[in-house]
Design a protein. Structure first.
Length: 197
């Protein structure tokens, strides 16, 4: 149990720690809304990592081989979605707080979870990453313990990002701070989207 679990923990941190567009999105969402919404978004990303870890354990090379031919179109879709999110976030930076609240649907924990889960699932590199790890271990994926370790490690990191975003959000609650963080967040998301291409 312990060796597969620890391998899963290492794999989970390995995929979650490099802060990419999803991490920036989680931190920004948490800063603009609440820790509850940001944490739900983080758990959406961790759920996707857990799903892909399970897929890799069950399917390994076969799944990675199936995804490889469509990896480029999936990256394009992910980049388009991220650029759309960056534009919406930037546009929201220039709205008055009351106007933004009236024109947008309120961010709920369920919407944040589902949205980040879907967006993270668009990243084919994650299943390829886990598949390579499983294959590198001679196909001994560790089953449920590997998946549990990967999920828990990813969840702990995503929750740390959400907490950091919430803390920063509390420090920058004025109109100017909200505008600056929204613009910075949208710029970083757009850069990450372009890097996918």
């Amino acid at each position: 149990m312990s060796a597969p679990f620890l391998a899963g923990v290492a794999a989970g941190y390995g995929i979650a720690v490099p802060v990419g567009a999803i991490g920036v999105l989680i931190a920004g969402l948490s800063a603009r809304t609440s820790l509850r919404v940001g944490a739900a978004a983080g758990l959406g990303a961790a759920t996707a990592d857990g799903i892909y870890a399970a897929v890799a354990v069950v399917g390994g090379a076969a799944v990675a081989g199936l995804i490889a031919p469509v990896a480029t179109p999936l990256r394009w879709v992910a980049a388009a979605v991220l650029l759309g999110l960056a534009a919406v976030t930037a546009r929201g930076a220039f709205k008055k707080p009351g106007a933004a609240a009236r024109s947008a649907r309120p961010a709920t924990a369920l919407r944040a979870y589902a949205g980040i889960l879907a967006l993270t699932l668009l990243n084919p590199a994650t299943v390829i990453y886990f598949g390579a790890l499983v294959l590198g271990r001679g196909g001994a994926g560790g089953g449920v313990w590997f998946v549990a370790g990967a999920f828990l490690a990813s969840a702990s990191w995503q929750l740390l990002i959400a907490g950091g975003g919430s803390l920063i959000g509390r420090l920058l609650t004025g109109d100017r701070g909200r505008m600056l963080t929204a613009l910075a967040s949208s710029a970083m998301i757009a850069i990450m989207a372009v890097k996918l291409l």
